[in-house]
Design a protein around this ligand. Structure first.
Ligand SMILES: O=c1nc2n(C[C@H](O)[C@H](O)[C@H](O)CO)c3cc(O)ccc3cc-2c(=O)[nH]1
Length: 334
């Protein structure tokens, strides 16, 4: 089965790790019946979070997907590497190098050095991501990771800092200010002239199922949807599109999706998020206590949405695939 997912950082990566776990479990069971249907997963990663630091290109959502699916993630943080040291960062601080509000570990620095070396030689980001994916064995897992575009794109936040408005990089707002600085709006530099990376539109059009994991609907999935051509491909694909609400009890499980929704004037609820995807969404998983009203043309499933373990994420991913398959069958007989 070919599944294509649009994903951001921590929530998306954990969900997709659960999806791979679920696929292994069902394949093992199917082996017994000699009916193994292996999963081919294409992940379209958000690059709006990307930032240049110390002359190096850092791609946080791409790296969180690589490290989480490849088994190197710092589990507690949900970003960066496990078993890290910080000798480079300590010496940079001693040198007075700025910024010091973004923690980069030594092994993580190697990713940024290598990526910057290849980009500097003119290699497109999608080819760089392919190289990094090989290091993490994503091919063997049946996973292809694509950046949403090879065009440099950066999300910036117009903040109201004591009366005067100024734009700061998304990461400065998110990490240094913990999204507590009042945000007026998001400005995504480069997005209007971005073209989908090679394979992105085909991955949406040719999928058996398209999945929107519980990533931030504004600054992760919303940015991918802003790449010219992506939204049309989602509207046009014959695959059902099934999403998972990033809000449990009206609040994000982690991160600042509620603040981001407020910034763009969207209700901080599963219904509000579903409204952002309404022109292409077929199925929507919400938390068991969610007050999501029924909506014509949208199949809503209620179930626990806390990814408290890989098994819980696998169950959630399984429910997502089940809903997708039901929608496909319903279409086939329609
Ligand atoms: O809250 C933080 N998030 C950090 N993140 C997370 C990052 O801000 C978020 O993962 C995404 O950009 C939002 O989804 C990092 C991610 C990386 O790939 C590399 C370094 C960092 C460093 C930090 C950090 O110091 N603090």
């Amino acid at each position: 089965m070919r599944i294509t997912a649009l994903a951001g950082g921590v929530g998306g990566a954990r969900f997709l790790r659960g999806l791979l776990h679920h696929a292994r479990q069902t394949a093992a069971a199917a082996e017994g019946r000699g009916a193994a249907d292996h999963l081919e997963l294409t992940v379209i990663g958000n690059t709006g979070d990307d930032i240049t630091l110390f002359g190096l290109r850092v791609c946080p959502d791409i790296d969180t997907l690589l490290y989480t699916l490849g088994g190197g993630i710092h589990e507690g943080q949900g970003w960066g590497r496990a078993d890290e040291t910080h000798h480079l960062a300590e010496e940079l601080a001693a040198l007075g190098a700025e910024p010091q509000w973004f923690t980069l570990g030594d092994k993580d620095f190697a990713t940024h050095v290598y990526r910057s070396q290849l980009l500097g030689q003119g290699m497109p980001l999608s080819a760089v991501v392919e190289r990094l994916s090989a290091r993490w064995g994503l091919g063997e897992l049946g996973v292809r990771l694509l950046p949403m575009t090879d065009t440099p794109v950066e999300t910036h936040v117009v903040v109201d800092d004591g009366g005067d408005q100024r734009a700061i990089h998304f990461q400065e707002w998110w990490v240094r200010h913990r999204a507590a600085l009042p945000a007026e709006r998001f400005v995504v530099a480069g997005l209007d002239r971005a073209t989908p990376a090679p394979g992105v539109l085909d991955a949406i059009r040719e999928a058996d199922l398209v999945v929107l994991p519980p990533s931030n609907p504004v600054v992760s999935i919303g940015i991918i949807l802003g790449v010219p051509g992506v939204r049309d491909a989602l509207r046009g694909t014959r695959a059902p599109v099934v999403g998972v609400s990033p809000l449990v009890g009206g609040r994000p499980v982690r991160g600042h999706a509620d603040v981001c929704l407020r910034t763009i004037g969207v209700e901080e609820s599963s219904a509000g998020v579903a409204g952002l995807y309404s022109d292409f969404l077929d199925g929507w998983l919400v938390d068991e206590d969610d007050a999501m009203p029924d909506r014509r043309g949208l199949e809503v499933v209620r179930r626990p949405l806390l990814m408290s373990s890989v098994e819980a994420a696998a169950d959630m991913a399984g429910a997502t695939v089940d809903l997708g398959m039901r929608l496909r069958a319903a279409r086939a007989t329609a």
